[in-house]
Design a binder for this molecule. Structure first.
Ligand code: GLU
Ligand code: MG
Length: 481
């Protein structure tokens, strides 16, 4: 599996594609002097919060958040010149073995990771540390065509070029277990019932610390509750722009990890933690806006959708099989994506239907202009959130441009319907990969270097676990995400 060194990296400043054209400003670095000045201001603020080290993260194509950290005294240099990062991180697998792809891979080359100074924040549960998401550029200063966060930025800019913006939020579900050897079956700090107050009482201090830490980092916690599976909880935070929502998903997860460690616990965001159990979703909520108006409300379409919102949602529904490649990274995701677990295993949509891969949510009468949104339920937290939001934008915008309309709504449980009435989503990585290979929309939006790198990683992980039973797959992935 590990093929380090088989292909030489060929990542150069793009002549065409991501770095060029109308969307180039969205992915260009601001001038160096401006970056230095802003980094000095940020460093002063962080020093006042007793920060000593800054962690700069990116999320790889296997869905793993990777990091380079610099002492606070090095922040200005990092903002001016970036931090070194090997391009072959784009072809890492979740178990840290490395594959290769036609354009990106191999031991040669270097990229520069630039902290986003707009998002830098002291980490409430890691005293002395701050965190910033990073964008990756080439040594010559152009956008790295494999950078997932820059892809999300481009898609955000593509919407903005049409006068549209997306508000998004990723719900984070996790299972918390007592700390212990990773190879042993998890033991839980609570065995209280699903959604039970019992669980919240057992872990009262822990959950308060999670909420407190998220709040101190400026995140608007909307809700926290015990979920269905043993030891499972969920937190949701306020919606924001797509890149911001992806950053927030990274920050929320690592805050939960840090608070868990302080309490002698550890958190799993893996798609499945127990064989045959309900899994951890990473549902993506989105709403489409123009001129401050929610296009999911007050229109002539189903449940108040405007024509533009209907086209966008229909585009996402149409593309769900290939979107799974980006929204459900781990092969273990297909163990979660089964009927009657509220994971959205069916390719259909429905108002407040928790078994539909696309659940339409209007909210309560009176506040719908603010709350109407759609939820992609089939995604899980092994997804790279930047790829997930960027790909949903690409599929949605394609649907909007084609003026698509939604097929009839499905109400009730698709599993109880006449067999064959409602199609299932792909049931294996191979099926999703086949759909991805047919997707011109995703290929064009991602650009070939990123499209191919994602494909290589998915194929390699599919192959890695092809002959492995569910228990082994779950054990191999339980503590990776
Ligand atoms: N845990 C479920 C999943 O795997 C979702 C439960 C819910 O609807 O919140 O997606
Ligand atoms: Mg949930």
């Amino acid at each position: 599996m590990t093929t380090i060194g088989s292909v030489t990296a060929r990542v150069a400043d793009p002549v065409e594609g991501p770095g060029r054209g109308a969307l180039a400003p969205a992915v260009a670095l601001p001038p160096r002097a401006e970056r230095a000045e802003r980094a000095e201001e940020a460093a002063d603020r962080l020093r006042a919060s007793a920060v000593e080290v800054v962690a700069v993260t990116w999320v790889d194509n296997a869905g793993i958040t990777r990091v380079k950290a610099v002492p606070l005294g090095g922040l200005v240099h990092a903002a001016e010149w970036g931090v070194g990062a090997a391009p072959c991180f784009d072809v890492f697998l979740a178990d840290d073995s490395i594959t290769t792809s036609p354009i990106i891979g191999g031991p040669t080359g270097d990229l520069r990771l630039y902290p986003d100074l707009d998002r830098i924040v002291p980490l409430a549960a890691q005293p002395g540390w701050a965190w910033a998401p990073g964008d990756r550029h080439t040594q010559a200063g152009g956008p790295h065509p494999g950078c997932q966060r820059l892809f999300a930025r481009r898609m955000e800019a593509a919407a903005a070029a049409r006068g549209l913006s997306l508000k998004a939020g990723i719900e984070v579900e996790w299972v918390v277990a007592l700390d212990g050897p990773p190879q042993e079956a998890p033991q839980y700090p609570t065995y209280g019932p699903a959604y039970g107050m019992h669980r919240l009482t057992d872990l009262s201090d822990y959950l308060r610390d999670v909420v407190r830490a998220l709040g101190e980092q400026g995140l608007g916690v909307l809700q926290i509750h015990p979920e269905y599976a043993p030891g499972q909880f969920e937190v949701s935070v306020a919606p924001e722009g797509p890149v911001g929502a992806a950053d927030t998903a990274v920050l929320v997860r690592h805050t939960i990890r840090a608070v868990s460690a302080k309490h002698g616990l550890r958190a799993s965001f893996a798609p499945v933690v127990e064989p045959d159990g309900v899994g951890n979703g990473g549902h993506l909520h989105f709403s489409l806006w123009r001129d401050g108006r929610n296009l999911g409300h007050g229109g002539p379409g189903p449940h108040g959708l405007t024509a533009e919102a209907e086209g966008f949602v229909a585009g996402v529904l149409e593309a769900l099989p290939e979107l799974l490649v980006l929204g459900c990274s781990s092969p273990a995701g297909y163990l979660r994506l089964v009927p009657q677990r509220w994971a959205g295993a069916y390719r259909c949509w429905g108002l407040e239907n928790r078994e539909a891969a696309l659940r339409l949510v209007t909210g309560s009468t009176g506040e719908r202009a603010a709350t109407a949104n759609a939820e992609v339920k089939c995604f899980d937290a092994s997804a790279n959130p930047y790829l997930a939001v960027g790909a949903v934008l690409a599929a949605g915008l394609a649907g909007l441009e084609q003026c698509r309309s939604l097929p009839p709504e499905f109400t009730g449980d698709p599993a109880a319907a006449e067999p064959g009435t409602v199609p299932r989503l792909p049931q294996s990585p191979a099926e999703a990969i086949a759909a991805y290979e047919r997707s011109a929309v995703l290929r064009e939006a991602l650009g070939d270097p990123l499209y191919q790198a994602v494909l290589a990683v998915r194929r390699a992980e599919a192959e890695q676990y092809a002959a492995v039973g569910p228990e082994e797959l779950i054990a191999a992935t339980r503590w990776r995400y």
